[in-house]
Design a protein around this ligand. Sequence first.
Ligand SMILES: Cc1cc2nc3c(=O)[nH]c(=O)nc-3n(C[C@H](O)[C@H](O)[C@H](O)COP(=O)(O)O)c2cc1C
Length: 188
Amino acid sequence: MNGQGFRILGIAGSLRAHSYNRGLLRAAAELAPDDARIETFDLAPIPPYNADVEAQGDPEPVRELKSKIHAADALLIATPEYNYSIPGVLKNAIDWASRPPEGAVLRHKPVAMMGASTGNFGTARAQLALRQAFQFTKSFAMLEPEVYVFRARERFDAEGNLTDEDTRDRVRALLEALIIWTNKLKNG
Ligand SMILES: Cc1cc2nc3c(=O)[nH]c(=O)nc-3n(C[C@H](O)[C@H](O)[C@H](O)COP(=O)(O)O)c2cc1C
């Protein structure tokens, strides 16, 4: 594995302080190989997508999001599941970052995904919806390993820190696979 100076941008699809998915990203930052760095981007300041606003120029938080995606070697998304899909805040951020389609920062960007939910299917349906969005953006969403953290209450503490060792191992394996996947895409 060559993770020399590997930059990962982590994005959680939840705004709440003790979010399990924000906790998953914190765990990923702890578990990343020494030569990889995970920076997280908070979606709270991203306004609702509006083509009229976009036509006047991207708002500052959107510019920042796009520039961080551009600078990252790969993205790591931690998504909750809302009504069998991804939360609006995450979809909204993808919508902004997918524009304009020619030369969009999401195009050909390697992406890994994971997700925690309180339900029994651990965001399986949300991750399918996420893959569908990344098909349109032509992002390189990694196929596996799949990380579905089901019954999240049993795996995190009250502050949303990931305490379950098996899940921590899965997050570690996802990061290792993401570095290999990205290097393969870059170097063939
Ligand atoms: C609007 C809404 C819809 C939800 N829909 C689902 C769902 O379809 N499947 C599921 O497993 N959990 C669902 N949940 C429960 C979430 O999994 C739970 O709130 C989870 O903790 C959210 O992630 P977070 O901790 O990162 O904020 C829903 C929660 C909300 C607020």
